[in-house]
Design a protein around this ligand. Sequence first.
Ligand code: GLV
Ligand code: MN
Ligand code: MN
Ligand code: MN
Length: 405
Amino acid sequence: MPESFEQMWAALAPVGRSGVGGGYFRQPFASAERECHAWFVEQCAARGLRVQSDGNGNTVGWWEHAGASGPAVLTGSHLDSVLDGGAYDGPLGVVSALAAIDLLRERGIHPTRPIGVAAFAEEEGSRFGLACLGSRLAVGSVSADQARALRDRDGVRLEDAMSAQGLEPVLGRSDWLGDVGCYLELHVEQGRDLVDRDVAVGLASSIWPHGRYRFDFDGEANHAGSTAMADRHDPMLTFAMTALAANKQARLSASAAGARATFGRLDVGPNSTNAVPSSVTAWLDARCETEEELAGLVAAIERQGLDRAARDGTTLAVTAESVSPAVLFDTDLTRRLAALGTDRPVIATAAGHDAGVLAVAGIPSAMLFVRNPTGVSHSPAEFAETADCLAGVEALADALAELAS
Ligand code: GLV
Ligand code: MN
Ligand code: MN
Ligand code: MN
């Protein structure tokens, strides 16, 4: 008997629980995240799934029922986390996929198409800065050369990080994706929509366009005691005023759904308490309902940052590190999956997912969301009740039966 959902969840629970706030840090291509991939390989083997590891760090388990052929139905998610993240963002989709296969077998369903379970690498971009790196490499929307240029915060190259974990990096398009006809990702909801509607499971309609932008502020290091306030060229001050401008600008959004602007990561040089800094690098995460609004939001924040830099005698240079377009999930697929349940709201999300990358690459994709009573994500407070997770497994099994038979 393969392990139940609850047993699998309990086995993964201690892995990488090292965040300062009691959360998880499953950094891609480091021990905890690779332990999760090794665990996934064992779980696939226990179910007789054929395991494939590609040169991009992604792992896939295939259920090829006797006689199954044609385009495969792919499901899954990711096993990495943000710094001090929650347990559910990513792993819920992988564990639910394995449990859904068990449920289909219990029900005596014989899929006529192969079903794959994918665990994508570096979905959060927490190490190499580029979200959905594993799926982007797999579909070819990031080239091997672009990936080779990536460095983590300690200067470690992607390929070296992979090799250090015993992987053989072969960066580039993953052959196995060529056999995939559609992708369905189950994910914990990262908001309160399902809580407010009092339903356990919903579907995603779309993903907001979003991007990551590096703001490099430069100024002049000087003594914190002997430098008069009027004599400073303080990039931290320019940054602080730019962060206020970002907050104000996002709140000014004319769209009913609003806009988001977040500075969540900062590098300060030289980072001394008693010195005016010489440099501040800040990363802006911006998200809006439309691409036009996103471009306008970022341009307005940049303009206000430049104005402030001129006043402070500092400089600002902005680099777009990655911009993800608006994603509209496959409407036919979503309609078919909505019809399998009685009350399945279809909601837009401002969070990024591998399903978005696959959708943009032309693979019909859809998403199932499981209610999160806290509404909080990318934090240890992220949660889902076991009963809701099991409802998610059932919904996923129903969907796989519909798509793979
Ligand atoms: C990933 O979860 C993202 O939306 O940043
Ligand atoms: Mn996430
Ligand atoms: Mn996720
Ligand atoms: Mn995500």
